[in-house]
Design a protein around this ligand. Structure first.
Ligand code: 4NP
Length: 163
């Protein structure tokens, strides 16, 4: 089982959507038992909050179910997750800042390293429009699917059914 943590700033827009889309693909691919996904924020602004209403609407519009309670990243997360996926460069730097002994930087990646259509940040849609939320969805949809494909290639093959 590979444990993946998606991280943004507030944990109400990008990372809960990344978690939801990742789980959606896992379910379509029948890989729910191969992966565990969670999300959190580097900031403490939205601890205990549900995702932003615009994120919930966007997920629903795209046929993805989303349920999350906001929480903040801790050093414990860096220890227990196999892969820490930062939505943007600022998140990435804040994650590395928490990792003062530089123990976990090898597991910390930028989400768009897995975007087949381009590198850079998953843009923060908080002050944006519906179109910006859809752009975030499209980026996360491509990137999480590709991430699952790449991680699956590293997993041991499923045991053959016993006849
Ligand atoms: P997120 O977006 O990091 O994608 O969840 C934001 C949510 C809240 C704030 C900023 C970005 N905020 O400043 O409260």
């Amino acid at each position: 089982m590979v444990k993946v943590l998606f991280v943004c700033l507030g944990n109400i827009c990008r990372s809960p959507l990344a978690e939801a889309v990742f789980k959606h693909h896992c379910s379509l691919l029948k890989k729910e038992h191969d992966f565990l996904a969670e999300s959190c924020g580097t900031a403490n602004y939205h601890i205990g909050d549900p995702p932003d209403p615009r994120t919930i609407r966007n997920a629903q519009k795209n046929g993805v179910s989303i349920q999350h309670v906001g929480r903040q990243l801790s050093i414990h997360d860096l220890k227990v997750f196999d892969l820490i996926m930062a939505m943007d460069q600022q998140n990435y730097e804040n994650i590395l800042r928490l990792d003062v002994k530089n123990t976990y930087s090898h597991k910390t990646k930028l989400m768009r390293e897995f975007d087949p259509e381009g590198k850079g940040n998953v843009p923060d849609p908080y002050y944006g429009s519906e179109k910006d939320f859809q752009e975030v969805f499209d980026i996360l949809n491509r990137s999480t699917r590709n991430l699952i494909d790449q991680l699956s290639a590293t997993l041991p093959a499923s045991p053959k059914p016993v006849k």
